[in-house]
Design a binder for this molecule. Structure first.
Ligand code: FES
Ligand code: FE2
Length: 415
């Protein structure tokens, strides 16, 4: 009775509401199963891949929505179709590759075949041999297929949903978030510069919290603070959408500002005296007319769009059990980039990813939490920085967008 157990736990969600997060939410198997049904198969849009990864008819990619494997394919009509990567016969993966080009898909187990839209088109030995064996006469191929997902495209990003109730993606995102996505792509043609998967030793929600946590960014990350890329004292702000689930954190480097006293006062580890042997790493180019040098954007439940200087990437957060998360990074440039701009982006790619100068700490801090809370299921995290609500704010010394995530999460989970 997993639902009953979660109901029991729900009664123990602290009275402080968004300002507290009970640690059992990162640990329990019943919570995990409920997330799979209510969030990952529920009325939400999930980032799958970029259109640029499947530009031609026949191109496909495989990925996941939560635990569920899916195939994203471009059919001969140029449209993108998404369906479960689960054979309608006995459930094997239909496609074993990560990406490629195909005319159709054939399951390796008993060779049932599917077209690029996920229709079952062939059953091996359907008629049997010499009148013996074969499928029962009433078997109709059109009655059997992997489940299909709804598909939505936003500035070249491909989203999918199992739900018929999810609103159109523009409405789901809202004008402000949509505008902030559009600002990064700016009508250009995305090109994939690189990709990798990073396994995180923690629950997926600890990574989502980290992404939304503007408070930690310039404290945990020595590189950010030391090289003046992101300090809480810079111009910037937080946008939290009305659902709470999507957010933007942005800032603009102002090189005229000297090292500020605010950091010296806090005696923060990240305010170090290190220098770069090769400062060209930070030689960027002016790309955005608004002067914003850092924008981290998240879409509930597990999508991130990052612009750090000229390093642009999307991240897909995939739960892999209560204590593990797959984080898929895709670095982007644009077809319109000049060669030296491409080089600058590749160089700045060193800032992020598993060993990135900035983001390496994020790869382990979730694990520190997961280990720290072992044996403390009934204890809670305190989220009171910047108040107890989940609203947009001109200050980044706040946990407003983290509280926003919990607002959307509790709503979706009925907790
Ligand atoms: S499981 Fe796919 S053909 Fe049998
Ligand atoms: Fe971080």
């Amino acid at each position: 009775m997993p639902d009953q157990t979660v109901q029991d736990a729900a009664r123990t969600w602290p009275l402080e509401g968004l300002a507290r997060v009970p640690y059992w939410v990162f640990q329990r198997d019943d919570v995990y199963s409920r997330e799979q049904t209510r969030l990952f198969q529920g009325p939400y849009w999930h980032f799958l891949c970029l259109e640029a990864e499947i530009p031609e008819p026949g191109d496909f990619r495989t990925t996941h929505v939560g635990d569920t494997p899916v195939i994203v394919a471009r059919d001969q009509d140029g449209e993108i179709y998404v369906f479960e990567n689960r054979c309608a016969h006995r459930g094997a993966l239909i496609c074993l590759k990560d990406r490629g080009r195909a005319k159709d898909f054939s399951c390796v187990y008993h060779a049932w075949t599917y077209d690029l839209r996920g229709n079952l088109t062939g059953v091996a030995f359907r008629e049997g041999i010499k009148g013996q064996g074969g499928m029962s006469p009433g078997f109709r191929m059109e009655d059997h297929a992997p489940r299909r997902l709804r598909v939505a495209l936003v500035h070249g990003l491909v989203f999918g949903s199992f739900s018929d109730e999810v609103p159109p993606v523009e409405e789901y995102l809202g004008e402000e978030i949509l505008g902030r996505i559009g600002r990064v792509f700016a009508g250009r043609t995305p090109v994939v510069l690189g990709r990798f998967t990073q396994m995180l030793p923690n629950n997926w929600k600890l990574y989502v919290e980290n992404v939304k946590d503007s408070y930690h960014a310039s404290i945990l990350h020595l590189f950010f603070t030391t090289f003046q890329l992101n300090r809480l004292s810079m111009k910037g702000g937080i946008i939290v959408d009305p659902t709470g689930g999507h957010h933007v954190s942005w800032s603009a480097v102002d090189h005229t500002v000297q090292r500020d006293a605010e950091y010296a006062k806090q005696n923060i580890r990240s305010d170090s005296g290190y220098t770069l042997a090769d400062p060209s790493l930070l030689d960027g180019f002016a790309e955005f007319p608004d002067g914003v040098t850092l924008q981290i954007l998240s879409v509930f439940p597990g999508f991130v769009l990052q612009q750090i200087q000229n390093s642009i990437a999307v991240r897909q957060i995939l739960p892999r059990g209560t204590h593990r998360t797959a984080l898929n990074w895709t670095y982007l440039g644009f077809a319109e980039d000049a060669p030296e701009q491409r080089r600058a982006r590749l160089k700045q790619a060193n800032l992020v990813g598993p060993a990135g100068y900035i983001s390496m700490e994020d790869g382990c801090v979730g694990g520190f939490v997961q280990r720290g809370i072992a044996g403390a299921a009934e204890e809670c995290a305190v989220l009171e920085m910047g108040g107890t609500t989940a609203e947009s704010s001109p200050s980044r010394v706040t946990e407003a967008s983290v509280r926003g995530f919990w607002k959307a999460y509790r709503n979706g989970m009925g907790l």
